[in-house]
Design a protein around this ligand. Structure first.
Ligand SMILES: [Zn+2]
Length: 196
């Protein structure tokens, strides 16, 4: 998961929208009027997330994907007060089996942000996301719940990630000096960073 640090200066279009519509209802988010704001927000998030989906870390173009509300805007855990809050946004890929579309209106135990990868790692044989050894039962549950709510171990995603993991191991053995540059540009770089 991307250790997402939202920019301090929110996109001007979002600031302007919130000033003009201080009481905007949640439904306005999917309106035609909000669409240009969404495009500006996606572009800004894409930069903040270094071109990766905030959840699965697959590459994501600025104009692709969707804005996901980290804390949901609907459902039993709804936070309508955060519907137009830039710090509650993540740029997510669109995939029925993973990420924002899989999570739907769920509330993630672990959210994309600093330290969000501290309690999980990848298995070397299969590249699956697993809780670290030694966690309390409660924290281990939080890790598994977050992983499964986002579909981070779906076969297609795991297969793709495993190839990058194998390259990481290979570099570590044969050319460790090349590893920092490789990891700086690789998809899945945050999860890969948990194994080296
Ligand atoms: Zn994704």
């Amino acid at each position: 998961m991307v250790e997402l640090e939202h920019r301090r200066d929110e996109p001007a279009r979002l600031v302007a929208f919130c000033q003009q519509h201080p009481e905007a209802p949640v439904a306005e988010f999917d309106s035609l009027a909000f669409r240009p704001v969404k495009e500006a927000v996606k572009a800004a998030l894409n930069e903040d997330q270094q071109g990766l989906c905030a959840y699965c870390e697959r590459p994501l173009a600025p104009n692709a994907g969707q804005i996901d509300h980290i804390k949901p805007k609907g459902g039993p855990n709804a936070r309508p007060d955060l519907c137009y809050d830039y710090r509650n946004y993540a740029h997510s890929c669109i995939d029925n089996a993973t990420c924002g579309q899989k999570k739907k209106q769920g509330l993630l135990p672990i959210e994309p942000g600093l330290g969000c990868n501290a309690e999980w790692t990848l298995t070397s044989d299969s590249g699956e996301v697993v809780p670290l050894d030694g966690l309390t039962r409660q924290r281990s549950h939080a890790v598994r719940q977050t992983r499964d709510m986002l579909g981070l171990n779906t076969p297609a995603l795991t297969r793709e990630r495993k190839q990058w993991l194998d390259t990481t191991w290979q570099l570590l053995r044969e050319a460790p000096e090349a590893l920092p540059d490789f990891l700086a540009a690789a998809p899945f770089r945050y999860l890969l960073g948990t194994v080296v």
